[in-house]
Write a protein that binds this ligand. Structure first.
Ligand SMILES: CC(C)(COP(=O)(O)OP(=O)(O)OC[C@H]1O[C@@H](n2cnc3c(N)ncnc32)[C@H](O)[C@@H]1OP(=O)(O)O)[C@@H](O)C(=O)NCCC(=O)NCCS
Length: 156
C-alpha cells in the first residue's frame, strides 16, 4: 500500500469513491470538476495500482484544517488505509503549521481510534459550515464533530 499526495490521474478514481459513499448518504457529493479543482488537497491510498482510499485536507483558518471526503473502498476496509490517510493529513497539517484538525463525520468511532475527540459542533467556528449550504440534510444534520491537536498525532 502506498499513501501519497494525489496526482491529476487519480481524480477519476477519487471521484468514483466519493460518489459511491455520497449515494449512500455517507458524505457530501463532489463533482469531478471539483475534484480536479481541489486535487492538491487530496491524499490517496494506492493498492495494487487501484485508488483504494482518499481524503482531502482543507485549511479553514490560521490554526484549523478539516479532513473531508475520507473514503476507503469496501474491498480494502479494515486494513489500516483510513488511518494511514488521516496520519498523512496530520503530517501535512504539521508541516503547514496548523494546530488543530477536525472532521464532521458519521464515523465517530473510527476517528476516536485515530486519536480525535468528540466536541460540540457549536464549538467550531462559523466558517466551518460553508459546505452545509450544499447538503440536503440541512437542519437534520446527523454528523458528529471530532477534533485533534496536530502535535498529538504520530508522524508517518
Ligand atoms: C471510515 C473509513 C474511512 C475507515 O477506513 P478503514 O480503512 O476501513 O479504517 P482502518 O482500517 O484504518 O481502521 C483504523 C481503526 O479504526 C477502526 N475502525 C474503522 N472503522 C470503524 C468503525 N466504523 N467503527 C469503529 N471502529 C472503526 C479499526 O478497527 C481500526 O482500529 P485499530 O486501530 O484498533 O485496529 C471507511 O470505513 C469509509 O470509507 N467509510 C465510509 C465513508 C465515511 O463515512 N467516511 C468518513 C467521512 S469523514
Amino acid at each position: 500500500m502506498t499513501i501519497r499526495k494525489a496526482k491529476i490521474s487519480d481524480a477519476e478514481g477519487i471521484h468514483k469513491l466519493i460518489r459511491h459513499y455520497a449515494e449512500l448518504d455517507r458524505m457530501l457529493f463532489r463533482s469531478l470538476s471539483r475534484v480536479y479543482e481541489d486535487i492538491m488537497s487530496f491524499v490517496v491510498a494506492e493498492q495494487e495500482g487501484v485508488i483504494a482510499g482518499c481524503g482531502a485536507l482543507s485549511v479553514v483558518s490560521k490554526d484549523l484544517a478539516e479532513i473531508k471526503s475520507l473514503a476507503v473502498n469496501k474491498r480494502y476496509a479494515g486494513k489500516g488505509l483510513g488511518k494511514a490517510i488521516v496520519q498523512k493529513h496530520m503530517q501535512i497539517a504539521s508541516e503547514l503549521g496548523i494546530k488543530k484538525v477536525f472532521a464532521l463525520t458519521l464515523e465517530e468511532d473510527f476517528f476516536l481510534k485515530c486519536g480525535f475527540e468528540t466536541v460540540e459542533k457549536g464549538r467550531l467556528p462559523m466558517k466551518v459550515w460553508s459546505d452545509c449550504a450544499n447538503c440536503p440534510k440541512q437542519e437534520h444534520c446527523d454528523e458528529i464533530a471530532v477534533v485533534t491537536s496536530v502535535e498529538k498525532c504520530p508522524k508517518t
